[in-house]
Design a protein around this ligand. Structure first.
Ligand SMILES: *Cc1c(COP(=O)(O)O)cnc(C)c1O
Length: 581
């Protein structure tokens, strides 16, 4: 395995993320945010960008999902062994938490590109002899524990990342904070920058609090230096979704790391809002789709919010059969996915054969995981995402009689997957209700729920389904990425208009929209979904194969050529990493 030395010299940009989906065996991710960070790593390796990524080691993983006979999700730890996949590094740093030094070591995993490049991922780990039993568990469970535990994790992630990179010898010029979890990194930079004496408020001061020379001298004058070195990507479109901490807890956990009155100026007067903190300390801020950037401008007026729409890593998410076809037709697509614009010229028979191969592989995987046999003949609808209320995984089941009558006209089958966060009780109830619906419909419509949604099953599902269904309640889907993976495989998206789909949907060409506007109510959306399935999508699938395959190719070429993580990273490079104000 490659050591760290070659990376220390060349890495100039650090990308900090609470989760990174490196590979299925490394359980350092829960869902979309981590998959995105993993695709960032893979694109950086392909494009040989000078980036180092930092995350927590999350030894206990996120969640191994078991579904009990009554349809309830049962939560288990999902451990992995760092030594199997990473090499330990020598450096050790401490961050002060609740008055104690918490010692943190690091592991190195190198993401290697099939194109020859590579990129380092540093995994922070507090499970060392020097720490007490509680502190050893800080980096155990991804998103585990209560708010104070989360704050400890974010302290290790943010402050720990900056210190570890320095201890390892990196000379980082620019930091990219992926979501607000890592915002304390910017506060650490603030503490490190020199303290010129300020006697007036600087032009770029983010605070609207009254100027207080004593308070501002240390903090606000230096904000400009920190802002010039930080980019922040926000992923959350609702106020309640942003991490917020009680200042009493902050005081207890961080001690005298920073004066709380200063922190209030940067992170909000009543609660420490990690998004606000990152917004105030980052010179470049973006939302993850155009719509999401707009939503964020409304949530946080007065900030300049750019938009870089998410993308997925093409070579990771395209099924091998289709990848072989693309290698022949558009060589070089792995380095330059723009070339996929020409995938609309692929021969229909070969596209169909590649898709059938992916569909068979999916059916085998479903049978292996659940024992349920589905058929290659019927159209297969795939639905998989975090099981939480706003994603509306139950929308399709709004009227079971209606669903039955559609399937009598146009038989179809359905595969679902997704985890609920252990403390998301409504999400868990949705999983249980869905299992009830699946039982009710048994005999009429073949349906199954596959437990343990992960990278590996996602790959099978986004390539082997025929129709990719997505029904979030607008405007709550910041971007969404699984539809992009489906599109890259010629799987057609049927989705409410939100997030990335507003930019990608050409009705009847790249897929279909549910609802004319982004503001439809839940009841209307269910009706629209049924109408679209019954009158447009399924009739086309059964009645006009040529048009269907034409759409598959339109989806692959028009979506794949743009909604990929190479384009996304080039945008970050141009707009943030290598742009100087
Ligand atoms: C792509 C992916 C996600 C994100 O899917 P969305 O549709 O954006 O919610 C979540 N989990 C896994 C395992 C994925 O592969």
């Amino acid at each position: 395995m490659t050591g760290l030395d070659p990376f220390i010299e060349r890495s100039r940009i650090a990308y900090i993320s609470m989760e990174i989906a490196i590979k299925p065996e490394i359980h350092t991710y829960s869902g979309g945010l981590g998959i995105l960070a993993g695709d960032v790593a893979r694109s950086c390796a392909d494009l040989e960008l000078p980036v180092v990524l930092v995350t927590l080691v999350s030894r206990e993983g996120y969640l191994r999902q078991e579904i009990a006979p009554d349809g309830r999700q049962v939560d288990h730890p999902d451990p992995w062994i760092p030594a199997d996949w990473a090499v330990p590094l020598d450096a050790m740093i401490a961050v002060e938490i609740e008055g104690r030094p918490v010692w943190t070591r690091a592991w190195l995993h190198v993401v290697e590109s099939p194109l020859g490049g590579d990129v380092p991922v540093i995994l922070l780990d507090t499970d060392v002899d020097q720490n007490n039993a509680d502190d050893r568990r800080i980096t155990d469970r991804l998103y585990g524990g209560d708010a104070v535990h989360r704050l400890r994790q974010e302290t290790v992630l943010g402050i720990g990342a900056a210190r570890m990179l320095r201890a390892l010898g990196f000379e980082i010029e620019f930091y990219h904070l992926n979501e607000g979890h890592a915002a304390l990194l910017a506060v650490e930079l603030l503490r490190r920058t020199p303290n010129p004496v300020a006697n007036e408020r600087p032009d770029d001061c983010p605070s609207d609090a009254p100027f207080d020379q004593d308070l501002c001298a240390q903090c606000l004058f230096d904000v400009a230096h920190v802002r010039a070195r930080c980019a922040f990507t926000t992923h959350t479109p609702v106020e309640a979704g942003h991490d917020r901490f009680d200042y009493e807890d902050v005081k207890r956990v961080l001690g005298d790391f920073i004066r709380i009155d200063q922190l209030r100026l940067l992170g909000g007067p009543d609660l420490l809002n990690m998004t606000r903190l990152a917004l105030n300390l980052s010179g470049y801020v973006n939302g993850v789709a155009r719509r999401h950037a707009e939503t964020t401008r409304h949530l946080f007026p007065g900030y300049r919010i750019s938009a870089v729409t998410n993308g997925v890593h093409p070579a990771t998410w395209v099924h091998p059969g289709l990848a072989r076809l693309l290698d022949g037709a558009v060589p070089g697509w792995g380095l330059e996915p723009e070339l996929l614009v020409r995938a609309d010229q692929l021969p229909n028979t070969e596209v169909c054969a590649a898709h059938q191969e992916a569909k068979h592989a999916l059916l085998e995987e479903i049978q292996r995981r659940t024992g349920v046999a589905m058929t290659p003949e019927r159209p297969l609808i795939g639905f998989a995402r975090r099981m939480t209320a706003y994603k509306r995984p139950d929308l399709l089941f709004a009227d079971l009689e209606r669903l039955r009558s559609i399937s009598r006209l146009f038989p179809f089958q359905l595969v679902m997957a997704g985890k609920a966060h252990p403390r998301d009780e409504p999400g868990k109830q949705l999983i249980q209700e869905i299992h009830g619906h699946i039982r009710d419909l048994a005999g009429d419509i073949p349906m199954t729920f596959v437990p343990g949604y992960d990278m590996e099953f996602a790959h099978a599902l986004v390539s082997g389904s025929d129709i990719w269904l997505n029904t979030p309640l607008p405007p709550l889907e910041a971007s969404g990425t699984s539809g992009m993976k489906a599109a890259l495989n010629g799987v057609l998206c049927l989705s409410t208009l939100d997030g990335w789909w507003l930019e990608a949907c050409i009705e009847g060409v790249t897929g279909w929209a549910i609802g004319d506007t982004a503001l439809g109510t839940a009841g209307d959306d269910a009706e629209e979904l049924y109408v679209k399935l019954e009158r447009t999508v399924l009739p086309l699938c059964y009645g006009d194969r040529d048009r269907w395959v034409w759409m598959m190719k339109q989806s692959l070429s028009k979506i794949g050529s743009y909604f990929n993580s190479h384009r996304m990273m080039k945008s970050y490079a141009v707009q943030a990493y290598f742009a100087r104000p």
